[in-house]
Write a new protein. Structure first.
Length: 414
């Protein structure tokens, strides 16, 4: 059987805090995650996954694929960089070679005997590429590799259109559409089974496709303007404005105004308030009236603080990046280019810091480390409300992230 292995490289660090508890290839952009999109290109092909070792057991719970070990096979393996925004498949068959762009491995096609030397740790070592150049035929390639979270936001609208054209073959509307709802350009709309569109809703696909999964509830008088992607079991609250580039993960509840923002699974933004050009992790709860700025008053490019350095993102529009399990109080206001870490609790009437370390507890009078035991209790309670239980492996990863982010908190204190 033909075999592929999707790996993450050292650049995963650029995607923190979003990548603390997931490999980079589980991040979403367009209708799919990077992982799902790559797998779509390789039907009837054995899939293997490489990730950081502390994530191995947790990732193994989610997939039937081999994790951090390539299964034995007679055909060899094609290793594919998980940051690759794949539009056409790279051939699994052919001579051994390493596809390189700049100083990054895009893919490595190897025979069986040479696969054993390729481990997750090797791909996380930047010097590994020099070893490969000495041993294998190197082919310089052009590929779409993402480098930062704002790359995902920037290409999100275009990718929704591309995914819809490439993979949504039948334009089906299987929803219960109530009288008084309006559908514009239905050839560019897909709506799954069990979805309900309430009276007064407008689904406008004139400027881009609308993909809506199964068992979605779109409440009355909501407007959806494509390109938009909405996952299974999502609830859209009444009077919502879901605008171009909105990309809502499964089992999320959203409301207010959402523009060109990716929200991973199981998060809540149920109330009024603007959320634009942002990337929000899973198990996040944004309190009523939480908003973000996505454009500076100077109309210049947005700068973001990534741990100990400030980066000019090159983006004119950029809201915020928020890690999993973070919660905000009502009327929280974030400035352009804010980076909010994993498992934070933000309870401020004034504007929070532009960089918030993971496991931070911020109120107007207190800035301290969020107690790990208390935060674990909160995370488990939220998961239980979605009929999910944090597994033992999930708890281990949670505690590992707390240890890994100690230096992050020290940097901020200094």
């Amino acid at each position: 059987m033909k075999s592929i292995c999707i790996f993450e490289d050292v650049t995963y660090r650029n995607f923190l805090p979003l990548a603390y508890n997931r490999p980079v290839y589980e991040l979403r952009c367009g209708i799919y995650s990077f992982l799902d999109r790559i797998i779509l290109q390789y039907p009837d092909t054995e899939t293997n996954l490489f990730c950081r070792e502390y994530l191995k057991a947790l990732i193994s719970e989610s997939y039937s694929y081999s994790v951090n070990k390539v299964k034995n096979n007679s055909k060899g393996c094609l290793f594919v960089n998980g940051r690759l925004l794949m539009s056409t498949p790279i051939s699994v068959s052919g001579k051994e070679e390493i596809g390189i762009m700049g100083n990054t491995i895009v893919y490595a096609r190897l025979l069986k005997n040479n696969c054993r030397a390729f481990t997750p740790e090797k791909f996380l070592d930047q010097s590994f590429i020099d070893e490969l150049k000495k041993k294998y035929n190197v082919k310089k390639v052009k590929a779409m590799l993402v480098h930062y979270p704002w790359d995902l936001i920037d290409i999100n609208k275009k990718q929704i259109k591309s995914d819809f054209t490439s993979h949504i073959k039948s334009r089906l509307i299987q929803a219960a559409i109530h009288e008084g709802a309006h559908i514009i350009n239905n050839s560019q709309i897909f709506i799954g089974n069990g979805t309900v569109i309430k009276p007064g809703c407008v689904l406008d696909a004139e400027n881009g496709p609308i993909y809506i999964g199964n068992n979605v509830k779109i409440s009355s008088n909501s407007v959806i303007e494509g390109p938009v992607s909405i996952g299974d079991n999502v609830v859209i609250k009444p009077l919502s404005k879901i605008l171009a580039g909105a990309n809502i993960g499964k089992v999320s509840k959203v409301g207010g105004e959402i523009l060109n923002t990716i929200i991973q699974d199981y998060s809540n933004k149920q109330h009024d308030g603007f959320l634009g050009d942002s990337y929000i992790g899973s198990w996040v709860n944004l309190g009523a009236g939480t908003i973000n700025s996505n454009l500076t008053n100077t109309y210049g490019t947005v700068k973001a603080q990534m741990f100990d350095k400030v980066i000019d993102t090159g983006q004119t529009f950029l809201g915020m990046i928020m890690g999993d399990h973070t919660k905000t109080a009502i009327n929280t206001k974030f400035t352009t280019g804010s980076i909010i870490g994993f498992a934070c609790n933000i309870l401020m009437t004034r504007t929070p810091p532009k960089f918030t370390p993971s496991f931070s507890w911020y109120s107007d009078n207190v800035a301290r480390v969020y107690d790990i035991k208390r935060e674990l209790q909160v995370a488990k309670r939220m998961m239980a409300r979605r009929n999910k239980k944090m597994t033992r492996n999930g708890e281990k990863v949670f505690k590992t992230i707390f240890a890994l982010t100690e230096e992050e908190r020290k940097l901020h204190d200094n």
